[in-house]
Write a protein that binds this ligand. Structure first.
Ligand code: PAF
Length: 280
C-alpha cells in the first residue's frame, strides 16, 4: 500500500476517522523534515507500537527567533516523502502554515517546569512555547494514541510529555534513544551545516560527555566533572552554552547524590549550534 499524503486538516481527518472506525491504534512522529536515520528510527518504533503510523512535516516558524535559521533550515520534501514511504509510514501530514496558524491566530501554549530549566530556554527564550503550541496542534489534528520523539532533544521530550499530560491530550509520549553516526556524533538535520573540519571536531561533544559521565559513575562530583567538560570543549574551539548535570526526570539541579542524572550540553562550532545529552 502506498503512503497517503495529506496537506489539509480535513484530508487528514478523513483518513484518521476511517482508521478509528476500524479500531486501529495510531502513532505520530512529528518532524520538521530534512529526515535522517534518527527520524526513521522513530517511525520504526512507532510501527512496532501502533497499527498505523503518521509522520508530520512542518517547519514551525513559532519556534525560531528572528536571528535563527528558519529561512535556511534544510527542506527536501521529495526526499523526505520517499524516505517515509520506504520506512513503511502510512501517512505523511504536510500542513501549510495557514492550516496551523490561520489568520488571526493568537493562542500560545505557555510551558514551565522542565521548559524553564535554564538550558535551551535560556538561549532560545521563545523555543518551547513555540514547540508546545505546534505540538499541541499536531496532537489534536492527528488524534494519535502515541507520539514518538528522540532523546537527542531531551528537554523538548520532557516538555511535550508534561504538556500532553497537563492538557489531557490523550496521547502517550514515548522517547527513543539518540541515533548516532559511527564516531558518536548525534544525528541531526543541522549537522549538514558543519564544514569538514567542524564535522571532525564535533565528536568532542559526546566524547567529553562520556568522560564526565564516567567520572561521576565512579564517585566524582557532577559539578566538577561537567565544569571540566565545558573547559575541555572551550579549549577545542567550541563556544559553550552549557554543560550540566541535571535530574533526569525534572531537569532540576540535583540536590542529592542518589538522583537519576542526565548530562546535557549545548555548544557552538562556527555558525552551527550542537546539542547532546546522555544518561549517567
Ligand atoms: O524536534 C523537532 O523537529 C521539532 O521541534 C518538532 C517537535 C517537530 C516541533 O516543531
Amino acid at each position: 500500500m502506498s503512503m497517503i499524503v495529506a496537506r489539509s486538516l480535513s484530508d487528514l481527518r478523513d483518513v484518521v476517522n476511517l482508521w478509528r472506525s476500524e479500531g486501529l491504534g495510531t502513532a505520530v512522529v512529528p518532524t520538521m523534515g530534512a529526515l535522517h536515520e534518527g527520524h526513521l528510527t522513530l517511525v520504526a518504533a512507532a510501527k512496532a507500537k501502533a497499527d498505523r503510523v503518521m509522520a508530520t512535516i512542518f517547519v514551525n516558524p513559532k519556534q525560531f527567533a528572528a536571528h535563527e535559521d528558519l529561512s535556511r533550515y534544510p527542506r527536501d520534501e521529495e526526499g523526505d516523502l520517499a524516505k517515509l514511504e520506504q520506512a513503511g509510514c502510512d501517512l505523511a501530514y504536510l500542513p501549510n502554515a495557514d492550516e496551523i496558524y490561520p489568520e488571526g491566530f493568537v493562542t500560545t501554549v505557555s510551558v514551565a517546569g522542565p521548559a524553564k530549566a535554564g538550558l535551551e530556554d535560556k538561549f532560545r527564550p521563545h523555543f518551547f512555547d513555540g514547540v508546545a503550541t505546534v505540538v499541541a496542534k499536531l496532537f489534536i489534528h492527528t488524534a494519535a494514541d502515541y507520539a514518538f520523539f528522540g532523546e537527542k532533544d531531551y528537554q523538548q521530550l520532557l516538555v511535550v510529555t508534561r504538556m500532553a499530560r497537563d492538557l489531557d491530550l490523550g496521547i502517550e509520549v514515548i522517547g527513543i534513544p539518540t541515533i548516532r553516526e559511527e564516531d558518536g556524533l548525534a544525528k541531526s538535520s543541522r549537522n549538514r551545516y558543519l564544514s569538514k573540519h567542524e564535522r571532525h571536531q564535533a565528536t568532542a561533544i559526546i566524547r567529553t560527555l562520556e568522560q564526565a559521565a564516567e567520572k561521576i559513575r565512579i564517585g566524582g562530583d557532577p559539578q566538577v566533572a561537567t565544569k571540566a567538560a565545558a573547559r575541555s570543549l572551550m579549549t577545542l574551539g567550541f563556544e559553550v552554552d552549557y554543560v550540566t548535570a541535571r535530574n533526569a526526570e525534572t531537569l532540576a539541579v540535583p540536590v542529592s547524590s542518589d538522583e537519576p542524572l542526565r548530562l546535557l550540553a549545548a555548544a557552538r562550532l562556527g555558525k552551527t549550534r550542537l546539542i547532546d545529552n546522555i544518561a549517567v
